[in-house]
Design a protein around this ligand. Structure first.
Ligand code: ATP
Ligand code: MG
Length: 243
């Protein structure tokens, strides 16, 4: 089943065309890898699909419903969750309460006392149970990214956008994160992942879409997209990593 469909998405920032007419789909159960050099429009596309930015043109359908004009918090309630490239926790709260907010205001609409119990389960899933009652200001970048995951998962999404959750992690942490992303997929959540580490995108994605300068330049099976001459050219001189 088509979970998400987007057609002709344009986004301009002043004179810059961040997206110049991007179309695509996400099937239920897929892990779509979204790749492209810096500034190619990946985060802008995630912002638009999750409702945090408005396209200048284009249409978005989620589970058969047109959500083009639906506000971000209503998309969140409907099952569209995302993490940020730069974590955005509620920095004066504990880790547990950050997750509880998703449970109270997201799809689950839990009572606050139930939400703080359930929050611990999601922190545990993300390996952060030991930090539940610490202020998030005490967490490092790696832990903040996992906290973002716990917050997103607590909303019981149908689709989750992961924007560079592995950036800045060491090789051991990357391996742990790959296992966690697989566990998230095993929960029945469809995923769109943005990553610069080629090995990770290849290992996880069932399909890859490559962007360059706001346009789709290749799409298909990971091994085909990675060999595509235009994709290889787009990445020369970028921070694309084969590590
Ligand atoms: N809020 C904004 N205001 C102005 N220009 C923006 C804004 N957000 C993005 N852009 C521009 O739009 C283009 C696409 O940016 P975007 O952040 O989507 O790229 P990206 O593929 O996520 O890059 P990266 O790999 O560095 O995260 C860039 O030229 C960027 O400078
Ligand atoms: Mg980005």
């Amino acid at each position: 089943m088509k979970l998400l469909q987007f057609d002709g998405i344009h986004k301009r920032f002043g004179g810059v065309a961040a997206l110049g007419g991007v179309s695509g789909t996400l099937e239920e159960g897929e892990i779509l890898g979204l790749v492209g050099p810096n500034g190619s429009g990946k985060s802008t596309l995630i912002n638009i699909l999750s409702g945090f930015a408005e396209p200048n043109e284009g249409q978005i359908t989620f589970a058969g419903v047109d959500v083009t004009d639906t506000e971000a918090h209503h998309r969140f309630e409907a099952g569209i969750a995302r993490t940020y490239q730069i974590p955005r926790p509620f920095s004066s709260m504990t880790a547990r309460n950050n997750v509880a907010v998703s449970l109270i205001f997201g799809k689950t609409k839990l009572h606050p006392s139930d939400a703080t119990d359930r929050a611990l389960q999601w922190l545990d899933f993300a390996g952060l149970a030991g930090f539940a009652d610490q202020s998030v200001s005490e967490l490092n970048l790696h832990q903040l990214k996992y906290l973002e995951l716990a917050r997103a998962l607590a909303s019981e999404p149908r689709v989750l956008f992961l924007d560079e959750v592995l950036a800045g992690l060491n090789p051991t942490e990357i391996e742990e994160s790959i296992l966690m992303i697989r566990r998230i997929h095993d929960l029945g959540i469809s995923l769109v992942i943005v990553e610069h580490v080629l090995r990770v995108v290849n290992a996880l994605s069932t399909r890859i879409m490559a962007l360059n300068q706001g346009l789709v330049i290749a799409e298909g099976a990971p091994e085909d997209v990675m060999k595509d001459p235009e994709v290889v050219r787009a990445y020369l001189g970028s921070r694309w990593k084969h590590a």
